[in-house]
Write a protein that binds this ligand. Structure first.
Ligand code: NAD
Ligand code: TDX
Length: 339
């Protein structure tokens, strides 16, 4: 298999690149990434010398660049992770989210039509379903749940899903879509809840919890997300949507307290701050379909995964210090200069 992974220098895409090269060493991976603030070549350090891996810096919204890559590489599979992914940034500046998440996905779909692929997989999110009431713990998102978005981020992801599914229906493009719950694990950019809290706690800085900290997220260890996508691109039915999630619901306050306890830091570091506008209350995924059709089940519980993640941040201080001081942005230059 020759797979074009977009957004592979980001958190989940980067983990997916590592997962693919480990589990399918005969496959070829081409990573296409614009290296926005969220793209970090340090995440790909371990694979840059692998002959089965190559990297191209380009935006998925740049039609000319994308067509040139397809023409040259002729990938048979495309997995689209590339996106603006942070809800808070989408509230600050929605325009970029429309450009990358909608228009960029449109360019990739056009390229797939023009050059032909065996599969286009769109990596989506449970946020397209909106939220569930905190007290209705009996309710879960299924693939049939209506789309009902809250933020410019989730609205842009829903638009991209619909576009991908429209290309299946209208042009018979072999498309699959997956909608996953909140991921956590290695290489998570420290603007998101879990890495932010780990790093602030390590530095004895305040931990900013939005509202009362009672919002619930359904946490999935990133490697379990990678194994699910791997199964979908190899065995999933085209034209179908697959939910991915592991029944690991926690309130934000529970997550933050778990981190503080693991690091032996006091709860007095918690600061309740103004809530996020439009803040989704609860996400919870019903992943019965992917379990029944493809035999997928998560391997890592939250209790195990959070300890592994905290340990990863303790062991990889260089990675996140580079992010904090901005020097990760020079990594590509250093790696590729004179190469
Ligand atoms: P991330 O922000 O860590 O990484 C995004 C990557 O995409 C970065 O490497 C960035 O440089 C790249 N990128 C951004 N704009 C680009 C463009 N125009 N062209 C090419 N590359 C571009 O995001 P993430 O958390 O790894 O999320 C990856 C995907 O998974 C996204 O599509 C997101 O919507 C989805 N998702 C994320 C989660 C989560 O919990 N993080 C959960 C479900 C789904
Ligand atoms: O400082 C914070 N304080 C806080 O209380 C931050 C950054 C977040 N939060 C809360 C908001 C959410 O309820 O923690 C929860 C998680 O927040 P984020 O890490 O920003 O994630 P979320 O908004 O849930 O979205 C994530 O999961 C779905 C990803 O960023 C998306 O890309 C994915 O689609």
């Amino acid at each position: 298999m020759k797979t074009l992974v977009t957004g592979g220098a980001g958190f989940i895409g980067g983990n997916f690149v590592h997962y693919q090269l480990k589990h399918h060493p005969d496959d070829t991976i081409i990573c296409l990434d614009a290296l926005t603030y969220a793209g970090n070549m340090g995440t790909l350090k371990g694979v840059l010398t692998n002959p089965k891996f190559s990297f191209v810096q380009a935006s998925i919204a740049d039609r000319e660049a994308v067509y040139a890559i397809f023409e040259q590489e002729k990938p048979d599979t495309v997995v689209n992770f590339a996106a603006e992914s942070h809800v808070d940034r989408s509230i600050e500046d929605p325009g970029l989210f429309l450009q990358t998440n909608i228009m960029g996905t449109g360019v990739l779909l056009d390229a797939c039509r023009k050059f032909g692929v065996g599969r286009f997989h769109q990596v989506s999110t449970d946020e397209v379903y909106g939220d569930l009431p905190l007290e209705r713990t009996d309710l879960f998102f299924t693939e049939e749940t209506p789309l009902h978005t809250s933020s410019p981020y989730s609205a842009s992801k829903a638009a991209a899903d619909l576009l991908a599914l429209a290309y299946f229906r209208t042009f018979k493009l072999p498309v699959t879509v997956s909608r996953c719950s909140n991921n956590y694990g290695p290489y998570h950019f420290p603007e998101k809840l879990i890495p932010l809290m780990i790093i602030n706690a390590l530095s004895d800085k305040a931990l900013p919890v939005y509202g009362k900290g009672e919002n619930i997220r359904d946490w999935l260890y990133v490697e379990d997300h990678c194994s699910a996508i791997d199964l979908i691109i190899r065995g999933g039915r085209v034209g179908e949507v697959y939910n991915i999630g592991g029944h690991n619901e926690r309130t934000n306050l529970q997550v933050v307290k778990t981190i503080l306890h693991a690091l032996n830091k006091p709860e007095s570091l918690i600061r309740f701050v103004t809530d996020r506008p439009g803040h989704d209350l609860r996400y919870a995924i019903d992943a019965t379909k992917i379990k029944q059709e493809l035999g997928w089940a998560p391997e890592t519980t939250f209790d195990t995964g959070i300890q592994t993640t905290i340990q990863w941040y303790l062991n990889n201080e260089d990675w996140w210090r580079d992010v904090l001081d901005g020097s990760y942005r020079a990594y590509y230059e250093r790696m590729y200069h004179n190469r």
